[in-house]
Design a protein around this ligand. Structure first.
Ligand SMILES: NC(=O)c1ccc[n+]([C@@H]2O[C@H](COP(=O)([O-])OP(=O)(O)OC[C@H]3O[C@@H](n4cnc5c(N)ncnc54)[C@H](O)[C@@H]3O)[C@@H](O)[C@H]2O)c1
Length: 333
């Protein structure tokens, strides 16, 4: 990868590092020779899981801390060259029933992390994991970065604030920061216990357990998916390239599928798997965004990123991984 030498012997902190994307990033950083510190609260409702980092635990430092603790953050950001800021509350439904927790983690804590950097390490480079959720229901497809922002849930609003705090600190305080607006990301290490992180997690679980995959509505909703290794490459790329400072980039994929096609793909790949179309639960319908797929031309043209993994190939890898390790994700503390 372009810029992969940028991380050798560098001090790199990953918040949310025991989670799905954070742990895959940590594995790659360790392989690039970085000195990695993971920060994760391991709150059971979220995606942190020590099994995600079991194979690399002797090559990094894990700090079990909550990013809402400004004193811990003020200490931890010191002497770091890079911060990948991935800790987050990811459930859209939970953000509607416990909006304050979402606000505290996705917005207020982000501000205190940035303040910690301003006061103790203004030379750090920060990458924030933002989300396509902040666009809300698309007005046009594919959605590019200038599409109107109209979040449909509390999570989208707080992630937007988190993203803009990073841009503000870049623009006003000169602390180099940028953000990636991730779309549905999947791969080994994702939460499969329930749909808190993504519906696809629980679909994989049901496929493996021989339970029906529940597809809401008529399954015609369009989505794009990125395999986690492609997302990790994008995170490293924007961290290493100063042209990304102060900028926001969509990720996305050329492979657009509707949810029924996705369920059908899992049924083809996993003997015994089946799916059912069921009515939308009303609380989900209320915050559903309809069809979405992103335009990722900006990062492709400016920085040369493009996804390499085909959806079918990624699903095969996930099914194999969770066939072997499902219990590690169901019994996780
Ligand atoms: N997975 C996706 O499809 C997707 C899509 C868009 C955006 N994102 C963003 O990417 C980031 C990583 O997501 P993920 O899919 O790896 O989810 P994840 O839940 O697996 O990872 C988030 C991690 O943050 C940790 N965390 C949560 N609250 C914390 C706190 N207060 N203090 C310390 N750690 C805390 C969790 O324990 C978890 O390990 C999140 O910020 C999410 O909003 C993910």
């Amino acid at each position: 990868m372009k810029g992969s030498e940028s991380f050798r012997n560098k001090q790199v902190m990953v918040t949310g590092g025991a989670g799905f994307i954070g742990s895959n990033l940590a594995r790659r950083l360790v392989s690039l020779g970085a000195r990695v510190t993971l920060v994760d609260s391991l709150i059971p409702l979220y995606g942190g899981n020590l099994f995600n980092i079991e194979d690399i635990s002797d090559r990094l430092v894990l700090n079990i801390t909550d990013v809402r603790d400004p004193y811990a953050m003020a200490y931890l950001v010191r002497e770091k060259d890079y911060l990948f800021n991935l800790a987050g509350q990811t459930s859209h439904l939970d953000s509607m029933t416990d909006p304050k927790a979402d606000l505290d983690i996705n917005a207020a804590a982000q501000l205190s992390i940035l303040e910690a950097c301003r006061q103790h390490n203004p030379a750090i480079k920060i990458v924030f994991a933002s989300t396509r959720q902040l666009y809300g229901k698309p007005e046009y497809l594919p959605v590019d970065e200038v599409h109107p922002i109209r979040p449909v849930d509390v999570n989208g609003i707080n992630k937007l604030a988190g993203e803009w705090y990073h841009l503000l600190y870049n623009n006003v305080h000169g602390i180099r920061a940028c953000a990636l607006r991730l779309t549905n990301t999947y791969g080994p290490g994702m939460r499969v216990k329930d749909a808190r992180q993504t519906f696809l997690g629980v679909w994989l679980r049901n496929a493996i357990e021989g339970k029906p995959i529940l597809v809401y509505g008529d399954g015609s909703q369009l989505r794009d998916f990125n395999y986690v290794d492609d997302v990790v490459e994008a995170l490293l790329l924007v961290a290493a390239d100063s042209n990304a400072d102060g900028r926001v980039y969509n990720l996305g994929s050329e492979e657009i599928v509707n949810l029924k096609q996705l369920a059908q793909m899992l049924v083809e790949l996993r003997p015994g798997a089946r799916f059912e179309l069921v009515p939308f639960p009303p609380e989900r319908k209320a915050i559903d965004i309809g069809d979405y797929y992103g335009n990722y031309n900006k990062i492709r043209i400016e920085l040369g990123w493009q996804p390499k993994f085909a959806l079918r190939q990624g699903l095969v890898t996930c099914l194999a991984y969770y066939s072997d390790h499902l219990h590690k994700y169901l019994d996780a503390k």
